[in-house]
Design a protein around this ligand. Sequence first.
Ligand code: NDP
Length: 419
Amino acid sequence: MSRVLVIGCGGVANVAIRKCCQVSEVFSEICIASRTKSKCDALAEALKGKTATKITTAEVDADNVDELINLINSYKPDLVMNIVLPYQDLTIMDACLACGVNYMDTANYEPEDTDDFAWREIYEKRCKEEGFSAYFDYSWQWAYRKKFKEAGLTALLGCGFDPGVTQAYCAYAKKHEFDTIDTIDILDCNGGDHGYPFATNFNPEVNLREVSAPGSYIENKKWVEVPAMSIKREYDFDCVGQKDMYLLHHEELESLALNIPEVKRIRFFMTFGQSYITHMKCLENVGMLSTTPIDFEGNKIVPIKFLKELLPDPASLGPRTRGKTNIGCIFTGKKDGKDKSYYIYNVCDHEECYKEVESQAISYTTGVPAMCGALMLLTKKWDKAGVYNVEEFDPDPFLDALDKYGLPRSENRSPVLVD
Ligand code: NDP
């Protein structure tokens, strides 16, 4: 029995909430709170009579710590699930600390570009010191470790698929398959087709910022940076087929390098079709991906936010997306003195997801791990005070829950390696 406050009611939250409502014996009460309360009410209405979970709704501005504190103090949840945008991670963590409540999210903190570029100073200093220049990094949230530990609270970071399940796959490989891991390649393939020339599968602003940032990977404990989309490989994915994939920077590389220190190289690849890349390059070239406000007819607009309004809402892609995703990790390393390789992955079908929760597989593969991560915290299978990434917990109960609730794992013990 537990009370959970879910903040955000977009594509991912819709899936997570619907999945929580399938496990009412743990998620007995849920409050859905977001900026636009009508979306929370619509979801509560859609779930009426279909679940034993008691659902209430609220309006909240997650940028405002006082509003968050008032809401948390009045609802008194056991856990706050942050499924808003990466910009709100710190305000929600602050509110959780103030109220003495456990916290989790699905994406690491990113500063939203604003007129006062105060964060840039910290960011540029860090880039210089560490030779690190990608947009995402955990330093802001890891700075809360001591505070959460001293308060006896848990903050679980990045519990979607990637980040999230991919790190549990790494912890699983380390626990069961290898004595030492030498290389990790995380492969994220979306073989789905929504029929639009250009659309993003989750929040367009977050997605486009991620893809247009310089690529980077870790080699011999150092970040190697490359221009965006400059490293391309082909891979033949189980249940999907041959796809082009590109090396991206991705947030879990940073925590994996810290938590699996023997790893010599960690890379992240994501598949993109030619149409996506051509559109993205064009939008970038004309300045539409910029986060810097511009003056337009007397108003200030942020180009990428304006673009978001023009693009299809990711939530609307569900009924039109066909095909499958395949996301997983390929490892090389040693077991009992012998070289070995191992691939663990999940295949998820867009149409099946839509049938079950009225969403495409990208939101599904993020929302289900968010529910399973919450389940781990609420049932105390994951129970330690502090701020943690997914690979710092026992992967077994989490992967068992994913098997049970819609994202079963597959394995290949002689995978084709990426060169
Ligand atoms: P959406 O844009 O669909 O939903 C975001 C939700 O947050 C909306 O309900 C929005 O409200 C709400 N929101 C935004 N700002 C505020 C605010 N200031 N106060 C209150 N509510 C607010 O995003 P997604 O569902 O696609 O993504 C959710 C999260 O999941 C993101 O952080 C994303 O990075 C992460 N993600 C993680 C993945 C992983 O594998 N780990 C993969 C995909 C996504 P409104 O309706 O008013 O706009």
